[in-house]
Design a protein around this ligand. Structure first.
Ligand SMILES: NC(=O)c1ccc[n+]([C@@H]2O[C@H](COP(=O)([O-])OP(=O)(O)OC[C@H]3O[C@@H](n4cnc5c(N)ncnc54)[C@H](O)[C@@H]3O)[C@@H](O)[C@H]2O)c1
Length: 418
């Protein structure tokens, strides 16, 4: 009996190449069985990612069935339910709702909550044998980042696909430039700058009756414990590009930053970090969230005989690169095309380690700015006797499920004292 595509997905942990070929055919030959997906975190990005997943499936000739929507707050899963036509019995609410969503008959799970929850939710999804799309960043502290890498290993062993929402690694113009840089178009990268200078995305002032947990969750983008601070939450995109283009991880970071005008939460408004990539190569990382100041988002690299702006202008020599394919102009849809195709082809992509490393690099920059110390990669990734190795933020993700969250306060760290 020929396996259906659905059976293939369910047994992808043991995928064989013959099953994989069969499934890819089924996916392109007709409507067939739908791709079954659950969403955890029904906010702006979660709903966007679900739409991207649906668009990607259409590009690949597949239908989508949403098996579950989970959110901490019922109005969020209900609103997403209306938007995606998911009946109330498959809308789940509460801090344990992710478990109910993951337990439905889905093959894919999209994880798009605030980053603090990602390590716990990702572990649950992989444990249940689901392919995952994990929004960036994937952790807020070194313990969480290492947990993501470990769960990623488990996903590999189970034959599961994991794609991260860092976007640029799936964006055609970036992929072309990275290939050209890799082929020597600008020579060895000697240094560069990566930037995300903008404004505070939003704030949610505390309302009467909100518990500490609810306030932290609703105003998550302003709390270190929930977001990792904006160097991690937002600027990870650009730090990730530096790591990708250089092809190696930073060795250490020395940074500074501070708080100027942020109306709530305990984060910094700006960071300036020197990432030392070894061999005298330094990348300046700069991020700022202050309205009314000069905005710039991007990456610039100087090479031995040329220069390159992320996915923009490259000045250097002509090099031959293999053609870089694209299915869509949207990097956010392309991520899902690449995820789904990798599953259908029986060659699951696994970006868990890559996004865990970029998250940890951003955390390294943050710790150096908060403390005023030089922080080394080995202190976070390898040396168990380092004071930073077991660093956890003050709120544990499981406290939200247990109802034991303690408010961390709204005072930013003080360098030299933190
Ligand atoms: N790739 C990108 O370009 C991009 C863009 C925006 C956001 N993001 C990332 O996506 C994630 C979500 O961001 P957003 O902008 O959608 O935020 P959001 O506040 O709009 O949505 C987050 C949702 O998660 C829900 N939630 C919170 N805790 C939960 C829990 N424990 N279980 C279930 N649901 C929970 C919230 O109620 C909310 O509905 C973040 O990690 C963010 O950094 C990525």
């Amino acid at each position: 009996m020929n396996p259906t595509r659905r059976q293939f997905l369910a047994t992808s942990a043991l995928a064989t190449s013959s099953l994989a070929i069969g499934s890819a055919r089924a996916a392109t030959e007709g409507p067939g069985e739908p791709l079954k997906v659950a969403l955890v975190g029904c906010g702006g990005r979660g709903k966007g990612a679900l739409k991207d997943f649906t668009d990607a499936a259409a590009i690949l000739g597949c239908r989508v069935e949403v098996t579950a929507l989970a959110d901490a707050f019922p109005e969020q899963s209900q609103q997403a339910g209306s938007q995606f036509k998911v009946p109330p019995e498959r809308q789940f609410a509460g801090y344990s709702a992710y478990q109910q969503a993951i337990a439905t008959d889905c093959d894919y799970v999209i994880l798009a909550t605030p980053p603090i929850f990602r390590p716990v939710h990702f572990a649950a999804a992989v444990e249940a044998g689901k392919h995952c799309f994990i929004e960036k960043p994937v952790a807020v502290d070194p313990v969480g980042a290492r947990a993501i890498a470990a769960t990623g290993e488990l996903a590999s062993q189970k034959g599961l696909a994991v794609v991260a929402g860092t976007q640029r690694r799936h964006q055609h113009a970036y992929r072309v430039n990275q290939a050209r840089v890799d082929a020597g178009a600008i020579g060895e990268i000697r240094g560069g700058v990566v930037q995300w200078n903008g404004r505070v995305p939003w704030t949610k002032p505390r309302r009467e009756g909100w518990s500490d947990a609810e306030y932290l969750t609703r105003n998550w983008v302003n709390f270190i414990e929930m977001s990792g601070d904006h160097i991690v939450e937002q600027h990870i995109h650009n730090i990730d590009v530096a790591i990708w283009f250089l092809g190696r991880l930073p060795v250490s970071a020395i940074g500074f930053g501070g708080r100027a005008r942020r109306p709530s939460g305990n984060q910094f408004d700006f960071f300036s970090v020197d990432f030392d990539f070894g061999d005298a190569v330094h990348i300046h990382s700069q991020c700022r969230q202050i309205a009314g100041t000069y905005g710039r988002v991007g990456e610039a690299f100087t090479g031995a005989h040329g220069s390159c702006f992320g996915g923009g202008k490259l000045s250097g020599k002509e090099v031959d690169i293999a053609p870089v394919a694209k299915d869509t102009d949207s990097a956010m849809v392309q991520e899902h095309v690449d995820l789904i195709r990798s599953v259908l082809d029986g060659k699951p992509l696994n970006e868990a380690r890559q996004v865990a490393d970029s998250t940890l690099a951003a955390i390294m920059g943050r710790i150096s700015a908060y403390t005023g110390e030089l922080v080394r990669w080995v202190d976070l990734a390898e040396r168990e006797d380092s004071p930073h190795y077991d660093l956890r933020v003050a709120v544990d993700p499981l406290d939200f499920e247990k109802g034991t969250v303690k408010f961390p306060g709204e005072e930013p760290p003080v360098p030299g004292e933190a």
